[in-house]
Design a protein around this ligand. Structure first.
Ligand SMILES: Cc1cc2nc3c(=O)[nH]c(=O)nc-3n(C[C@H](O)[C@H](O)[C@H](O)COP(=O)(O)OP(=O)(O)OC[C@H]3O[C@@H](n4cnc5c(N)ncnc54)[C@H](O)[C@@H]3O)c2cc1C
Length: 326
C-alpha cells in the first residue's frame, strides 16, 4: 500500500527538524508537519545567543533559519497544519500496516510516526474562564508592553525576569506566586527585593479576573481572604508542560530513546525497551515532549537521532513496509 511518507514527523522544532535531517541520511522519505506558520518551535522564543549548544553560538532565530534550511534539503516541511489524532490501528484496518493521521489539512498515511511536539505554556484556571482581552503569555514586543498596573503570575525566572525588564514601563508591578518563596535564581530574586514599585505577593492565588472586554482587576486569595488589585494586564508566566495531547490516543505504544511509554498508563511511565510487546507497532517520541523538566536543544537533537535510527531498523526489519529497499 502506498504511504504519503516513510515517516511523518509531528512538530517542526529542534527535535523534528533534526529527525528530518537524520531521515535523509538514512534514506527515508519524511514529512514534517508543523502547526505554526514557521518551523523552529521554541528556537524563535530565544532572544539571546545560545551559550551551550556545542560548536555553535547563534541567536535563536538564526539557529532556526539555519536548521530549517538544512532540514529542507532532506525532508518535506509542511507548516500551518496541526496533527489532531493518530488513529488506533483497529479504526483504520484498510490501511494495513500503515499509520493514519488526521490533520487540519486532511488525512496522512505513513510507515512510521515520530512525535516531537515539544512544550506548551501552562495557564491558570482563572484565565480559562475569562474571555476578554488583557491576558498575555509574552511581553513582546517589549517597548509596547506598558501601562499603569501589571500583575505577573508565577514565581520562577520568567516571572521575575519580566518584572525587571518591564519595571521602567509600569507604575506598579505585582508578582503573584502561590509558593512560600520565589523559585527564581537568587540573583534575580535579590534584584527585586525592596524594589519600590515591584510587590511580591507570596502564598497568593489568582481567583478570577474582572472587566470585559479588557482587564480592570485581578482577584487574589491570600490566607483565606480575597482582595482585588487594579490591573491593566495579566502576564502569565507559570511555566511549561509537555504538549502530550497526541500521546493520550489510546492503544499505541510509544518508543522513546531506548525506552517505551504506555499510553494506557496515566503516569506515562518509561519502561525499558526489553519489556515492549514483540508484536507492537510503536510510535516514536523525541525532544522536550519526553523530557519537559529538562528542556535542551542538544538532548532534543540527540533523541531525534536515536529515534530515527530505531525507526530505520524497525522498517528494514519488516520487508513488507519498505518493499524493494532492503
Ligand atoms: C526562552 C528559552 C530559552 C532557552 N534557552 C536554551 C538554551 O540556552 N540552551 C538549550 O539547550 N535549550 C534552551 N531552551 C530549550 C530549547 O529551546 C528546547 O529544549 C528545544 O527547542 C526543544 O525542541 P523540541 O523540538 O523538542 O520542541 P519545540 O521547540 O517546542 O517544538 C515543538 C514543535 O511542535 C509543534 N507542534 C505541537 N503540537 C503539534 C501538532 N499537534 N501538530 C503539528 N505541530 C505541532 C509546535 O508548534 C512546535 O513548533 C530554551 C527555551 C526557551 C523557551
Amino acid at each position: 500500500m502506498n504511504a504519503d511518507a516513510d515517516v511523518v514527523i509531528v512538530g517542526g522544532g529542534m527535535a523534528g527538524l533534526s529527525a528530518g535531517i537524520w531521515a535523509g541520511r538514512l534514506g527515508l522519505k519524511s514529512k514534517i508537519i508543523e502547526k505554526d506558520e514557521r518551523a523552529g518551535g521554541q528556537l524563535h522564543w530565544i532572544q539571546d545567543v545560545i551559550p551551550d549548544y556545542p560548536g555553535l553560538e547563534l541567536r535563536g532565530t538564526d539557529f532556526a533559519r539555519t536548521l530549517c534550511d538544512q532540514a529542507q534539503r532532506s525532508a518535506s516541511i509542511e507548516t500551518g497544519i496541526a496533527v489532531q489524532k493518530i488513529l488506533p490501528f483497529q479504526d483504520a484496518p484498510e490501511a494495513g500496516d500503515l499509520y493514519v493521521l488526521e490533520t487540519t489539512g486532511g488525512i496522512l498515511s505513513a510507515r512510521a510516526v515520530l512525535i516531537s511536539t515539544g512544550l506548551r505554556r501552562r495557564t491558570l484556571p482563572a484565565v480559562r474562564a475569562f474571555h476578554g482581552t488583557g491576558i498575555y503569555y509574552t511581553s513582546q514586543p517589549r517597548d509596547q508592553f506598558k501601562g499603569n498596573s501589571l500583575v505577573i503570575a508565577g514565581g520562577g525566572d520568567g516571572a521575575v525576569e519580566n518584572a525587571i525588564l518591564l519595571q521602567a514601563q509600569w507604575k506598579k508591578i505585582y508578582i503573584v506566586h502561590r509558593g512560600a518563596a520565589l523559585r527564581a535564581r537568587p540573583a534575580l530574586a535579590d534584584h527585586i527585593r525592596n524594589h519600590s514599585h515591584i510587590e511580591v505577593l507570596l502564598e497568593t492565588e489568582i481567583v478570577s479576573v474582572t472587566g470585559d472586554p479588557g482587564i480592570r482587576g485581578v482577584v487574589l486569595s491570600q490566607g483565606g481572604k480575597t482582595r482585588t488589585v487594579d490591573a491593566d494586564r495579566l502576564l502569565v508566566k507559570v511555566g511549561f508542560e509537555a504538549e502530550n495531547t497526541l500521546l493520550s490516543s489510546g492503544g499505541h505504544h510509544f518508543a522513546h530513546a531506548g525506552s517505551w511509554l504506555d499510553s494506557n498508563d496515566e503516569q506515562m511511565a518509561l519502561h525499558s525497551t526489553g519489556d515492549m510487546p514483540l508484536d507492537s507497532r510503536p510510535i516514536w517520541v523525541a525532544g522536550d515532549v519526553c523530557t519537559p523538566r529538562d528542556p535542551s536543544l542538544a538532548v532534543a537533537a540527540g533523541q531525534a537521532c536515536i529515534a530515527m535510527r530505531s525507526i530505520e531498523r524497525y522498517l528494514r526489519s519488516k520487508p513488507s513496509l519498505l518493499p524493494n529497499r532492503n
